[in-house]
Design a protein around this ligand. Sequence first.
Ligand code: ADP
Ligand code: MG
Length: 720
Amino acid sequence: MNSAKLSHRSPTTDHGSQAFPKELASSVAISQSLEELGWIPRPKLLALRRLGIETVEDLLTHFPRRHEDRTEFPQFPREESDVPICLCGEVTKTSLRRFGGWRKIFEVTLQESNPNALSEPLVCRWFNLHYVQKMIATGQRMVVFGKPRLRGKRICMDHPEFEVIENDEEISIHFRRITPIYPATEGLSQRVLRGMIYRLLNELPSTDAGLERLTPSNLAKGERRDAIRAIHFPASWEARDAAHEHLVLTEFFAMQMLIASRRADASIRQGEKHCGAGALLDRLLKSLPFELTAAQSRVISEIRHDLAASHAMNRLLQGDVGSGKTAVAIAAMLLAVEGGYQAAFMAPTQILAEQHYDVLQRWLDPLGIRVALRTAARQEESGPLPLFEHAGNSERQEPQIIVGTHALLYDKVSFSNLGLVVVDEQHKFGVAQRAQLSAREPAPDVLVMTATPIPRTLTMTIYGDLDVSTIDEMPRNRGKIITAVRDESKLGEVLAFLRTRLEAGRQLYVIYPLIDESEKLDAKAAAAEYELWRERLHPFRCDLLHGRIPPSEKQEIMERFRNGETSALISTTVLEVGVDVPNASVMLIENAERFGLAQLHQLRGRIGRGEHKSYCILLTSAQAKEASAKLAVLERTRDGFEVAEADWELRGPGDLLGTAQSGLPALKIGNLKTDAHLMRRARAAAVSILERDPPLELPENQRFRRLIVEQQGRTFSNVS
Ligand code: ADP
Ligand code: MG
């Protein structure tokens, strides 16, 4: 620290106190802990910690939630206003009046400092606030902020925020400016936060304060330290907007550098070629009762291209519910098997793993492919997989395809020669797990599949490190789905309708919401619900499915439903993903308003899988009026992406970008929705840097390299 900088300090600051050597106190570094500064009282330090703020940098990047226009209003108002305004004037009169016995009103009359002919005085009123009257006296100048109201003939402001001005030279932190409003917490008022941040900014050296720019210069205008000053205490709204853009770009750029580096890492990792010639696949396609859609064929060839390349595949397969992702997965696995490798197929739940196993057996047994199911129960035994007797060959052989839950990931014994991993329903499978997969030696090709529709603008962020294939077309044989919202009071009519469908030979799902599957109470509620439905649907047979039913029993229940022994399945959302019974063409969802839109869309995806016309009835109570906009979206569209966009619209992006799942740091200032255009720019900048300098070796890229390392530390500690 040089003395030139020291001389910038204002002589009135008190941090040069005995307790601190001068040098240290004035050379505030952004990595310093706030405690070390010495001027923040203990209780405030604790409150700050509750907001996750421990260092100077944390506090400087505690960005305002919004700003309030407290620039001084040019003249005293003569009318009411719904917008609070800031006024400055001289106290010409104070009075204390009693009303209703012991209650008091303190009134202060404020006169414009340079009154013009038209100006009216302003009356500020405080009710029962004892301390205010001690702070204000006639002759003082003061500034107030509040909504002017007409009271009789007077213009009044009730309980304004205020400050007495001692010295007109003095800059007000809280008034006569565009004032920051922070996310606050108990024990940390706006004023306290504002005061601390103001002081910190003043104590930062005016040149490089560890706040150097963290974006390439062609991405964001201006300097980061200026942007940080201006986001807190902007000189104008334009300055605020410019600072905001700079900081959002900085944040997005960091995120996109992390994503792009993950992607670059993956693409240089050498893998093996895992692709056979395709004879098996051809045989399978000939044996299927349907033709692949053009979209399915296209994504299969994209995957095939990756399998045949020597780098490890890292691909996301996106496709709405019912678009036929399983067939694509099977095609990919067959290519790997023909190439001489094992393939693993991982589902999020037991039921789904078993369903996949059934399909695989049905489709692949005729081709002589060895498929094994590895369930959670069997995994606990952790023995080796069952070996297969090969026809005409006494040697027992390992399975070629292994189906299981995501727990397969931790299974050491299952694979001797793993070439491809397919992960179904990726939304329950985060970046950390994916990283674990690609860290295997030798690296297998990885295909993750998701039906969770994500707004298109988000894909580049959430899945930015993956190549994306999209199935954007439904098989042609699909019947219509009619979706209708009905009030609970119409249950009688609904039941009559359901019976006509059952009589026509169709099957039915009844879904009801349980908040917490683990509660005993809920299991009881489920049982009661089931009894009710058995009576309602008599003589059609029902089964009950919920999370507490043991896996083997669940499988039997699904089997009975699949082969038509039962006509209705009363279920919680364990049914949510992947279940595929084409004859089940009717779904009733109780208390539909309690589910999220995306989840309702997933649930509805269980029907409309065969050629029958399907019906989804969303039952809701009359009280749940605000839910009707949400449910109407489903009546309107069946397109998962449209549903996702609408969901986003209604709910805000908040938890869409779950940190744990995306493995990305939480955003402090950027908004994925309103700032989507900035995300695109940040992404382009990050990609171009990593393209020119993949290992980030150039001297000018060192700071970006540090940026990535820092973030990696932060995000992965979140996940594990
Ligand atoms: P999801 O993408 O939701 O996982 P599935 O893979 O379960 O969808 O496919 C839904 C149903 O559609 C299955 O019964 C499947 O056999 C069938 N299917 C898949 N592809 C086609 C196609 N091209 N034409 C007709 N039916 C198909
Ligand atoms: Mg599926």
